[in-house]
Design a protein around this ligand. Structure first.
Ligand SMILES: [Zn+2]
Length: 306
């Protein structure tokens, strides 16, 4: 599982900084999370193949989180994409995108499937045999969701030494991987735990931007491996946070601590700051494992677990 930050700044694109967008590689998926202006250029810089993106998750309809979407959809069309594209986001997203395509008479030659969200409770919005995605209802000036990406447990691993010593027929391997007990060639029942090892632990990523300090999300993101939480302000500007429904670095760290996550990644920095180390320092007074997002930077979840 790997997270690539394409943009991690708030408000406007600038010479060296991009608004919010990330790519999460999980199992065989490349999920695009938010799509601020400039996302497709950042995707090219990160050498991510456009065709691998089949699902896009949009947190809310503030421009710094989706103004790159219609451009990306249009580029996919020009590149003669044929693969379906699923887009998950707040109700209204379909209207705003299709209006632009309609006025330009530029309909896509691939299937565009909108999954519009309206629930204020966490819901399962994507599932296949390896991965689940749930919404994380956030507290912002407009309807906003974060997203929880969760691997499903894999099959148990065969302990070939134990299998050989117990003389287990190959016909039982499939059942063993699924957790069943089996009978050996003498007709004796052997417990699954004696013949297999536990699968690798599942990995969980929680994306939370934009939001005011909101401890009600803690049960949803509990024990996640990695939490990306917005930290628009430092405590010295804490008075701006409730008004704009954003968080400070310290508040993000408090959520990380309450949720017992392994690592916290900060981002969505306000344009008023130039030194992001201050964010790390402030959050580190509350929570140990604080990392700073940076445009173009990748985080490998195996490294973050250790
Ligand atoms: Zn916003």
């Amino acid at each position: 599982m790997q997270l690539t930050i394409l943009g991690c700044h708030s408000a406007t694109p600038r010479i060296d900084t991009n608004p919010t967008s990330q790519v999460l590689q999980i199992k065989n998926h490349m999920f695009l999370i938010d799509c601020g202006e400039g996302t497709q250029v950042q995707l090219r810089k990160a050498k991510i193949k456009f065709n691998r993106i089949k699902h896009i998750f949009i947190s809310h309809l503030h421009g710094d989180h989706y103004f790159g979407l219609v451009g990306l959809i249009s580029t996919f069309r020009l590149l003669t994409r044929e693969t379906d594209l699923h887009i998950y986001g707040p109700k209204g997203l379909k209207e705003v995108i299709t209006l632009q395509m309609k006025l330009a008479e530029s309909w896509t030659n691939y299937k565009l499937i909108f999954h519009e969200l309206t629930s204020t409770k966490s819901e399962l919005i994507f599932e296949d045999d390896k991965v689940e995605v749930h919404t994380i209802p956030l507290d912002h000036r407009v309807y906003t969701n974060g997203f929880l990406f969760k691997e499903k447990p894999g099959e148990r691993k065969l302990d070939m030494n134990a299998i050989f010593n117990n003389d287990i027929d190959v016909a039982y391997y499939r059942k063993l991987k699924q957790g069943a007990d089996v009978v050996d060639n003498k007709g004796e029942l052997i417990k699954n735990s004696e013949l297999t090892k536990a699968p690798a632990p599942v990995k969980i990523y929680a994306f939370c931007s934009d939001t005011a300090y909101n401890p009600s999300i803690v049960p949803i993101i509990k024990d996640a491996d990695v939490l990306y939480h917005e930290a628009t302000f430092l405590e010295k500007h804490a008075h701006l946070a409730p008004k704009t429904k954003h968080s400070t670095a310290k508040e993000a760290a408090e959520i990380a601590k309450l949720a017992n996550v392994r690592a916290l990644i900060l981002g969505h920095y306000s344009t008023r700051y130039n030194d992001y180390e201050d964010f790390r320092e402030e959050a580190s007074s509350v929570f140990d494992n604080v990392l700073l997002s940076k445009d173009g930077k990748s985080f490998d979840f195996d490294d973050l677990r250790s």
